[in-house]
Ligand binder design. Structure first.
Ligand SMILES: [Ca+2]
Length: 503
């Protein structure tokens, strides 16, 4: 080490060699919405190409079907109950450190566009006595402001929670950007269905804005003596179903071919009580259901269109080879399956199984598909491993480094995937507590609050329509799954604070 280098603080030495991180998280995108995940209708050539250049995880699971608990979980590598960030509307406790904060402490510059959603973005609770009575309070109680900033590590923070929603009207960077361009956020009705509205035109779309911020950031911080992380949080394909109109157009003459959502008549009657109470879906016509599916896919196609712009800009800036790209979503969407929408309190694969693709040219395998189960809690430990962050004491996921580097197929990664839904949303007075464990062949969900449950044989019933909880033929399997679930609950207690003495 020469004399000049010895002046650099230890944690900043070697910074120039560290990779950038482009961390893309879409909102509410289930895994079967991409060509590389087997959807023959959608047009997602850019994300398909990303998968061919990196590693695709066929069975990646979010730890909750809602934003805040899922995002808190993958940003820390810890479970929702460990983080005490179990519900939408909670404020992240001050001792919880997220990846961007850890990286900022080590010399990274970090930026974000879109939501972070580790703080409440809707304050209708604030002046109420009964905090589960949210639905009684209409727009008067919306919080209008930016979500409360945490000590989150972001040096640049271009915030937008949900385009067009109450909390965004005056304070979001996206709304300001639209206004500056002489536009107005509006979602005109369509004449041809009741389930879909027209989205914003491409030039004024939230996806366009969010990607613009990422491109500007990457260009500003190229050729610096420090690396960067950018969290690109796109709101689509989160409902409302409001695709950019020209992206919906190609589906309109294919509606006959689009399958209806998967539902078996009467299936919800044999499931826990909340399956009967929490419908969310409407008695829509078949036409409206197909239009909803088409709109959702069109929103995914539109994201792919902008991923091309993003990846082209990364390559043109000369940073592609030194950038880890992570593409995933925070949770899924029921999209009419089981006659329901949109997501929680349900832990079906369609609401918690998400796309997960990681690429890093020259460092990890190319075009590999991992069949084994992984969790979004595994992203942070993987980055911790590659970047020598020394944060393994707090993290509960596993590093996927070996899986990413081994060019062979990996059939088996984790024994099971685990989800927690601990009163995560207020369901009109119902306090719903669920724990889920999914193996490669079965899924069990315990509905603790009503002493009920769900058990699915995923080999015979991959669509999770037939609840076997009370089936005597599955008693031994149920017992084994409950034991595995009990182990997960024990091993997911908080590893912090670490022991610093024998006694
Ligand atoms: Ca979400």
């Amino acid at each position: 080490m020469n004399e000049a280098n010895s002046q650099i603080p230890e944690q900043w030495q070697g910074l120039e060699e560290k990779p950038n991180i482009l961390w893309i998280c879409t909102d509410q995108q289930r895994s079967d919405t991409l060509g590389c995940y087997g959807n023959a209708f959608v047009r997602t050539p850019t994300i398909d190409k990303l998968a061919s250049e990196g590693v695709l995880f066929e069975q990646a699971f979010a730890q909750n079907s809602l934003c805040t608990p899922s995002r808190g979980s993958f940003l820390t590598g810890r479970y929702p109950s460990t983080n005490r960030l179990r519900q939408n509307g909670q404020l992240c406790p001050p001792d919880i450190r997220i990846l961007p904060k850890m990286l900022a402490e080590r010399g990274y510059v970090c930026g974000l566009s879109g939501k972070l959603h580790l703080s409440p973005c809707d304050m209708r609770f604030q002046n109420t006595q009964t905090k589960d009575d949210w639905w009684r309070y209409k727009n008067d109680y919306y919080f209008w402001g930016t979500e409360k900033r945490l000590d989150d590590g972001y040096a640049e923070f271009y915030w937008n929670h949900a385009p067009g929603s109450g909390s965004n009207q005056y304070c979001s960077d996206y709304n300001r950007w639209v206004q500056e361009r002489g536009g107005e956020i509006q979602y005109p009705k369509r004449g041809d269905c009741n389930s879909v509205v027209n989205g914003m035109p491409d030039e004024l779309h939230q996806t366009t804005w969010a990607v613009d911020q990422a491109i500007n950031f990457m260009q500003r911080h190229k050729d610096m003596h420090y690396p960067w992380l950018f969290s690109l949080n796109i709101f689509d394909p989160h409902p409302h179903f409001d695709p950019e109109p020209s992206f919906l157009e190609p589906y309109l003459n294919k509606l006959d071919d689009i399958p209806l959502p998967a539902y078996v008549d009467g299936e919800n009657e044999k499931k826990p009580q909340h399956h009967q109470k929490e419908h969310g879906v409407v008695e829509w016509s078949d036409h409206d259901k197909k239009m909803m599916v088409a709109a959702y896919w069109a929103m995914c196609d539109h994201i792919d269109h902008h991923m091309k712009r993003l990846f082209d800009a990364l390559e043109a800036s000369g940073q592609k080879d030194n950038t880890i790209i992570i593409f995933h979503s925070d949770h899924g969407e029921l999209l009419g399956d089981h006659n329901k929408s949109p997501k929680g309190p349900f832990l079906y694969d369609c609401s918690v199984r998400v796309p997960l693709i990681i690429s890093w040219p020259g460092h990890i395998a190319q075009g590999k598909r991992v069949k084994g189960l992984v969790e979004l809690t595994d992203i942070a430990p993987t980055l911790n491993d590659y970047l020598d962050l020394g944060e393994e004491g707090s993290m509960q996921g596993i590093s996927l480094r070996e899986v990413l580097e081994d060019p062979k197929d990996t059939e088996h990664v984790r024994e099971n995937a685990y989800c927690e839904y601990h009163n995560s949303n207020p369901h009109k007075g119902q306090r719903i507590y669920l724990n889920m464990l999914r193996t490669e062949t079965h899924k069990i969900i315990v509905a603790h609050s009503t002493n009920e449950g769900e058990l699915y044989d995923l080999v015979k019933d991959p669509g999770e329509h037939h609840n076997l909880w009370d089936d005597p033929d599955y008693a031994a399997i149920k017992c084994d799954l409950l034991l595995q679930l009990s182990h997960r609950q024990a091993f997911t207690t908080d590893p912090l604070p670490e022991r610093i003495g024998i006694y």
